[in-house]
Write a protein that binds this ligand. Sequence first.
Ligand code: ADP
Length: 757
Amino acid sequence: MDLRSLLRILSSEANLRILSLLSTRAMNPRELARLLNRDESDVSRRLRVLEKAGLVEGRWGRVGGKNVRMYSLKVDELKIRFNPGEIHVEGREEEYTLPLEEERPSVGVFVGREEEIEELQNRREAVLVVYGIAGIGKTTLVAKAFPRAFWHHVTGTEGVEHFFWRAGMFLQSLGRGELIEYLRTGGNDEKTILELLKEGVENTNATIAVDDLHQCNDEGFFRVLRFLARRMRRGKIVVTSRIKPPLGVEGVFYLRLRGLRPEEAYNLALLRKGSITPGEFAEAYRITKGHPLALNLLFESTARGEAWGRENFFEFLFEEVYRSLSEPERSLLGIMSLFNDPIEYEALKRLYPGRGLFPALHSLLNRGLVERIGEGYAVHDLVRSFARETSSLSPGDYYLSYADYLLEKDSPEAFLRAFRYVVRVNAAERFKELTGIRLRRFREVVVEFPKTYMKILQEAEDNPYIEAEKAEIEFQRGLFEKAEERWLRVKDALGGIQKANVLTFLADLYLEKEEIEKAREYLEESRKLAEELNEPLVWLWHVMEETKYLYFAGRIEEALESAFRELEFARKAKAGPDTEALVLLHIGDILGALKRNEEALRYYLDAKELCEAHNVSFRANITYFELAKSYYHLGRFEEASHFARNAAEYFLRVRNYRRAVDSLAYLVVSLIGLRALDEAEKEAREMVKIGQATRYPLSWAGYIFLGVIEVLRGKDGGKYFKLGKEHLKDKLWLYDAIMEELGKVIDLDKIPITSRS
Ligand code: ADP
């Protein structure tokens, strides 16, 4: 590859982001696409180019009958040397830091503010707040003072969970995946989220900017900031707000931002206008008091003298500037002012078809009417309301057209934004289509963004498709009765895959409630619909539920057959590695129940390989746990302890204590099997510690294990047994199960104290 092409590749921000993400670990295109909010096909194409350039390395693996490509960095540094007559690039020691964050506003012309910048950069408080009126320069100041900050723009429509997700992704890109793992696996305990967020920021020493906090109407956000202010020792949160937010005093520094100082404003005038007379400048400063946005508009307008002193100063300025705009510029400004969100250039091309977009946008940017925020463009807040009044456009078609643009993106966030626009124009005829898209492409939205999605749904008018979605959120949150009531009310008004989805959920709900007959009825209905629709995805849902039903009914052999059909449909429906691995686990579990452990092991190993190749960590660790169990039952304690330890460490890290304890239990019994008593003791104590914090019953097995360990050392383990039994006295079945597993590694008859009484 020649140098010119190499530099061209490196000049793409998307490519640089990919390289930066790969520096944390190897990833596949699908995962990268998700982190970057881009299409998988686009990411794959870029990876191929980067590979050809020798910057990354791809490796094929064959997993579950499919080829999967994993990419890692081949070069982690580049050195460019300028020699007489040639330029030389080497792969080491190059130092350039390019902020790789999407939403941060780009700072163009900038003057002064040295004191403020120094103050902000040197403060020790964890939370820094810059507040002041609109257009005074808060955002610009923070972007300038913290050029590497991760940027979060508060919009008022998205709740704090949106912030958690974005911060989680950001921390993951710095190699701290705990928060995002916790969220992905459905974790929603606020205290845990805050701890993980705090640890992530502290460990990466990151700066997070929270822009326009005054727009926030989720009290949760303030709780987050107060918590971080009090507890965070490294890293920073920098907030901008029009009003001073109620965050208390502990760990918070407030900077009230005022206009530019005269000498700063004068510099701005020179940069904007080239030259200005002292008289003219004095008048401009007197009127604007150094307000930078006002100054910018003023320098754009042609009016002079006393006209500046008018009462509706901004309106007047805006009109002045507006008058000087060309027709295309006006029309673009009108369209853009319909939106509060920054709009991507690609989207603008659709909203403003025909030629002339680029020069019009360029001119609006130059005049300070529009600003660039990350990859999008937005009309400045202060200008928007005037621009809206001036324009006679009706937003409906523009919102729908923007929604269509968003739906083409492969990201749940974009999907939610699209849905919001559709709801805003009340386009009920599109609810069916959108909920269909949710089921096919963004199934996880109900678990990952329950509050945000619910809020959007609540703003929509009554509609069965909307109701069914609300019910699913409720179901996922454990509000089974509410969900049941809603689903029963609307199910007959639904059609298509939405109906199929509801029928299988109802079957599931009745299985959970042990109302087997009802579950069977809904399964029957869902089978008919699956036959009618004949879509692999719908069949997959149906068959998954059927397996569960057959297993429940004790028809294990049939459940096994059904599980194999799951696998067939999961592959046909291209349901993705996570679902496919889940199905492999189902097969393994059922084989285990049939005591066909060697075969079960084979499916677990397949699942393991699949998860590892695609970096689906949660499922991978569930698989490790199942493997540990299988190996344990086969008496292969070495392997069992290896997998149990991996799983335990992971679940502890993502604060999933139930699964951590489940894994620790197998770890301890395997270690006892290996007679590694010191290690076993350590892990058993860990179990007890978790029990004291969480009261999760299996944790108390830790005491019993400690007792056994003492006995094996020739001592008296009596006091531990007693404690264990006491804690489990209402759960004798669990006690028996623990003893049964222990019976596989020690001769219980030699420990009379373990009898039930
Ligand atoms: P706020 O966040 O307070 O609403 P912004 O940071 O968006 O204000 O600034 C408003 C306008 O003023 C922007 O167009 C910005 O470019 C300009 N501006 C703000 N501060 C400065 C500065 N120090 N130098 C030059 N221009 C500035």
